[in-house]
Design a protein around this ligand. Structure first.
Ligand SMILES: Nc1ncnc2c1ncn2[C@@H]1O[C@H](COP(=O)(O)OP(=O)(O)OP(=O)(O)O)[C@@H](O)[C@H]1O
Length: 304
């Protein structure tokens, strides 16, 4: 299997009467890092387990390179499960070699890859330790190595960054970017939205088992217009009245934060501000992924 897209197409899943997923659709393209975000219980783990084939969907299909994923192609997916899945009493090196062989690598290839990832992920001094004796963060590094050791053509990672120290976050980020750059579709879930915003090419937001937004962070944060911060010490309240597509979001002493619809004319705002006297600050502020997320997962009137 070479480069290709992972397509999640109309996946539905119920647990008894509970609808966990309702027509979830998105694709992860070869060469991109895709961030999968949503509140607790929104359906991320269920989607990922279905993508991997450890859980059957009630409806919909998962395809790789345009072909429905089969038992054989599944072995080309690298998976990092949320519940983690290592053998506690096995030693790090032994475990990685075993997992690589299980995925069809020869003993030589398995050893070579295991050593490569052990070194790369800073586990060299732990290679003969039992997994259960490692710190949680180091166990997670082993778990990442386990997802990578068979040279997967797709990477599906359930909260790979949770519990990692800042240096491990950097290592994990670099490895994921590198895999994406090599053409592998990489999807991971996370609650660390600043990290997702920084790292991902595209993002999908799931809410109550439905996708509510999919796109680049730039696309998603541009939707709904931008914010403008204006500091005009001579301005009086109401100075923006009559400017089309402009509303006041916050008013501080001399600073006003304005919400601009895409049609609004920022230069008209500047002219209005200048007509009140000097303007000492005039800057656009993009919405952050965190702000976008809050809006996407919260309905008006619903408690936050
Ligand atoms: N085995 C199960 N039996 C019954 N309900 C389940 C089961 N697994 C998940 N669910 C329910 O399905 C929904 C989706 O759960 P899922 O674990 O996919 O969410 P998640 O987005 O991964 O959440 P988190 O961010 O908390 O990990 C939740 O309402 C959950 O309670």
């Amino acid at each position: 299997m070479g480069e290709g897209n992972l397509e999640i197409d109309g996946i539905s899943k119920r647990y008894g009467a509970k609808v966990a997923l309702d027509g979830v659709t998105f694709d992860v393209r070869g060469g991109e890092l895709f961030g999968f975000v949503g509140s607790n219980g929104a359906g991320k783990t269920t989607t990922m387990r279905i993508a991997l084939g450890v859980l059957a969907a009630d409806g919909g299909e998962v395809r790789f390179n345009g072909e429905k994923i089969t038992h054989e192609t599944r072995t080309h997916i690298g998976y990092m499960p949320e519940e983690r899945g290592l053998y506690p009493k096995m030693k790090v090196l032994e475990q990685l070699v075993y997992l690589a062989e299980l995925h069809g690598l020869t003993a030589n290839e398995a050893h070579r890859n295991a050593e490569t990832w052990i070194t790369r992920l800073g586990l060299a001094e732990r290679r003969r330790d039992e997994v259960q004796k490692l710190s949680l963060g180091n166990q997670q590094r082993v778990q990442l190595a386990a997802a990578l050791v068979h040279d997967p053509a797709v990477l599906v990672l359930d909260e790979p960054f949770s519990g990692l120290d800042p240096l491990a976050v950097d290592v994990m980020s670099a490895v994921l970017r590198e895999k994406a750059a090599a053409g592998v579709p990489v999807v991971f879930s996370s609650h660390q939205l600043d990290l997702v915003e920084r790292l991902c090419d595209r993002v999908g937001i799931i809410r109550n088992g439905r996708m509510v937004a999919v796109g680049t962070v730039g696309e998603l944060t541009a939707e709904g217009g931008s914010k403008l911060v204006v500091t005009a010490p001579g301005a009086r309240p109401g100075w923006t009245a009559g400017l089309p597509g402009v509303r006041v979001l916050e008013e501080h002493e001399t600073t006003t934060v304005l919400g601009l619809e895409p049609s609004a004319d920022d230069q008209a705002v500047l002219a209005a501000a200048l007509s009140t006297g000097p303007v000492t600050e005039f800057s656009h502020r993009r919405r952050t992924l965190t702000e976008l997320f809050r809006d996407a997962v919260t309905e008006k009137g619903e408690p936050r």
